[in-house]
Ligand binder design. Structure first.
Ligand code: B12
Ligand code: SF4
Length: 479
């Protein structure tokens, strides 16, 4: 059976020309995990990344024609819904007998609707899909029936779908082989301009899931499972030795959730000598770090930490069940500064219940804690989150056109899909632009950035970033 897994283009018109240069080109880890697992079981799955390789729909038609694939898997996040559907339609147009399977955040949260809505989609995989995909191939080869494959929704006939039993999550992540990066063109990948210090900088995940309950988050209450320390070391070593990685971006939801494991991992990195070859950053929560831990992380090569701050008043962060306090957040940024670790704060404009004054308080709080990098996105209730259900129940969702579920609308013509307290879209969009400009165009921030320029690539990245901001933003989410 010929199998291809496709990452659609992330570009649905939000990108301006400059955005392409500053936006991220992240390895499609989800597809690599699946393809590697399939190939370990005797298949020969390929991965096509339309975003990184700049493949247009026309070129994709050619590739599908040439490849004669029996099975096409397509990744789907909410914000790239249309592009994913576009890929599915091309697959069916080239060969109506091709089995088209979608997976990822969006179909995992709305599997039935996704299969029902789209004639070109045969099956949606719910949640983690390595084993599901393998079993689907078994079903296509008539070794089992579709109804026996757990964790899917499949079309029986137009308009009728069947959802199978839920699939239990694999607890030991080492069950999955290390994603085979030879399936993609690694030289094409690099993070957003403000996200790296040295290139090549590649991404990795060492855990999956998060037990916290933030109302806006698509991975809330999803447990927590880990790769073993030994396996993480093996994967870092491979990225360094085989692909020349100088920096690694750990994209776990909450990297330091298990303090003991974080220390064990840092010790193992140091013992292996990898801390002398590669630096790394991670995303975590403010309540999950302390001075001793951060010192250890720094010793092991950690150069940056990202925190979801979200709002600048206690009322705002309580409203989204962040389960944190402004004091804890301030302390976390202080600790990182003390140790010499760069920080990035994620903030949201227009949180539920917010007024313009609240948003101004968020901007002021960002300036007060003063991370090295601040990201201000517009609060967007994604389907499948608690926030979406709450605002939908109140009749406040203005559009279910998923293309409009963008968090950077301050830099586009689109109206917001939802605003708190019936606030005006334009007011919120203006606040997003104001937040970025107020934060970055401060003399002390500009001075600090300029004094950190010690090589040409860094200069280039700052020039691109500044141009993007000055011209109205990159029009593109770094993440
Ligand atoms: C890396 C990342 C990105 C990268 C994507 C890189 C890439 N090429 O894949 C970048 C930086 C580009 C990105 C952008 C955005 N992201 Co993002 N991102 C992530 C992150 C941190 C890690 C994803 C990952 O690799 N996980 C590891 C793999 C192994 O797990 P996985 O992705 O879940 O994949 C498994 C299953 O989902 C499934 N699966 C996934 N794809 C497919 C495809 C097929 C065919 C099948 C069968 C199964 C399947 O099987 C996989 C293996 O088990 C997640 C958070 C998270 N921890 O998952 C958010 C996340 C996916 N992103 C999210 C969001 C909101 C965004 C943005 C909208 C952010 C923004 N502010 O603009 C943009 C959207 C861009 C766009 N136009 O679509 C949300 C998704 C919400 C939603 N409903 O879509 C998440 C879940 C974060 C969150 N907690 O809310 N993101
Ligand atoms: S926002 Fe972060 S802490 Fe909150 S549930 Fe999501 S991953 Fe966990």
């Amino acid at each position: 059976m010929k199998i291809v897994l496709v990452m659609p283009s992330l570009d649905n018109g939000y990108w301006k020309k400059l955005g392409k240069k500053v936006g991220p080109k992240s390895e499609p880890l989800s597809l690599l995990y699946i393809a590697t697992y399939l190939n370990q079981h005797g298949h020969q799955a390929e991965v096509l990344d339309c975003e990184a390789e700049g493949i247009s729909y026309e070129e994709l038609e050619g590739k599908f024609r040439e490849g004669k694939y029996d099975v096409v898997g397509v990744a789907m996040m909410t914000a790239m819904y249309s592009q994913a559907v576009g890929v599915c339609e091309i697959a069916k147009k080239i060969n109506p007998n091709t089995k088209v399977i979608v997976g990822g955040s969006h179909p995992s949260l709305r599997p039935k609707e996704t299969v029902q809505e789209q004639a070109s989609i045969d099956i949606a995989a719910v949640g983690e899909a390595e084993v599901t995909f393998k079993e689907l191939l078994d079903a296509f080869a008539e070794k089992m029936t579709l109804s026996e494959v757990k964790g899917i929704v499949y079309k029986v006939e137009e308009g009728t779908v069947i959802q199978t039993e839920e699939r239990d999550k694999i607890q030991d992540l080492d069950f999955f082989p290390i994603p085979d990066r030879n399936l993609i063109k690694m030289e094409l990948y690099r993070p957003s301009v403000s996200y790296y210090k040295r290139l090549p900088a590649y991404t990795m995940v060492t855990t999956r899931g998060c037990p916290y309950r933030c109302t806006f988050c698509a991975t809330a209450k999803s447990g927590y499972r880990m790769h073993s320390t030994q396996r993480v070391i093996e994967e870092i070593r491979m990225l360094v030795e085989r692909f020349g990685a100088k920096e690694i971006l750990f994209r776990d939801d909450t990297f330091t959730l298990n303090r003991e494991r974080t220390i064990e991992l840092c010790d193992a990195i140091i013992a292996s000598g990898l801390h002398e070859k590669v630096i790394w950053d991670c995303i975590t929560r403010a309540n999950l770090i302390d001075l001793e831990l951060v010192n250890k992380m720094k010793e092991a090569g950690c150069c940056g930490m990202h925190f979801g701050v979200e709002g600048g008043t206690q009322k705002l962060i309580d409203g989204i069940q962040k389960d944190s306090t402004l004091e804890i957040i301030k302390e976390a940024f202080k600790v990182c500064k003390k140790v010499g670790i760069e920080t990035r704060g994620y903030f949201m404009i227009g949180l539920p219940g917010s007024t313009k004054e609240d948003d101004l308080a968020t901007i002021a709080f960002a300036k007060e804690i003063n991370p090295d990098w601040a990201q201000f996105t517009l609060c967007t209730p994604y389907p499948g989150t608690q926030m979406f259900d709450e605002v939908l129940a109140k009749g406040e969702i203005k559009s279910q056109d998923w293309d409009n579920y963008q968090t950077w609308s301050g830099f586009s013509e689109h109206n917001l899909v939802w605003t708190p307290n019936s606030r005006d879209s334009e007011e919120l969009k203006a606040l997003q632009r104001r937040a970025l400009k107020e934060f970055y165009f401060r003399p002390k921030v500009l001075f600090k950035k300029i004094t950190k320029i010690d090589n040409l690539p860094i200069l280039k990245k700052y020039v691109l970033g500044a141009l993007a901001l000055a011209s109205g933003g990159s029009g593109r989410a770094p993440e």
